[in-house]
Design a protein around this ligand. Sequence first.
Ligand code: NI
Ligand code: MN
Length: 226
Amino acid sequence: MKATFHGHACFLLEGGGKRVVIDPFLTGNPAAVIGPEGLPKLDAVLLSHGHGDHLGDAVALAKRDRATIVATYELAQFCGDQGAPVHAMHIGGAHQFPFGRVKLVPAFHGGRVDGDATGKYTTNPCGVVVTLGSKTAYHTGDTALTLEMQLLAGRVELMLVPIGDNYTMGVEDAARAVEFVKPKVVIPMHYNTWDVIRADPQAFKREVGGRAEVVILEPGQSHTLA
Ligand code: NI
Ligand code: MN
């Protein structure tokens, strides 16, 4: 599996001949080095929650590529009502898609869907566990440190974890999350996009120590799992 970081919480994952993007916030993302047009053709768009810095360009990309948006029920409905192909799931459920397997897991965070003037689509944020080919990645979404993460212990090779604090875990809690999940490789995200989420990824690397390989990516850079 190859993971390319596109700034903030956006990752392109490629494996088993398939390609998915998670939380494609590119338009207006101060940390992104490409726009949505810079993404290759996608098989699916996976969403952790409806905040603008995650929902981002999801609907436009899904329509462009006829790529399915996979999200919690209410958020999928919001995207579907805008004409995007969607597949609704909910926390705790898994589904085998043509591109791979997705399971949604708990995240503790806010449930507003940006762009929903009616308030009718308010949903539960989630983490996304995705298997492409033989490798499994866990994008925690925006979340506090939660004991539920322990349920994934040893089941994921790659963990994508926020370290920016304020809205999500900071460095210390993110390192504890790594302790809970025991991935082989961890990539920090959701930091330095704005001043309020300034964090030092090297401090995170020190905190994690020998518990996992910490790979720090600049926007546009990739890491391929061995
Ligand atoms: Ni959020
Ligand atoms: Mn966020």
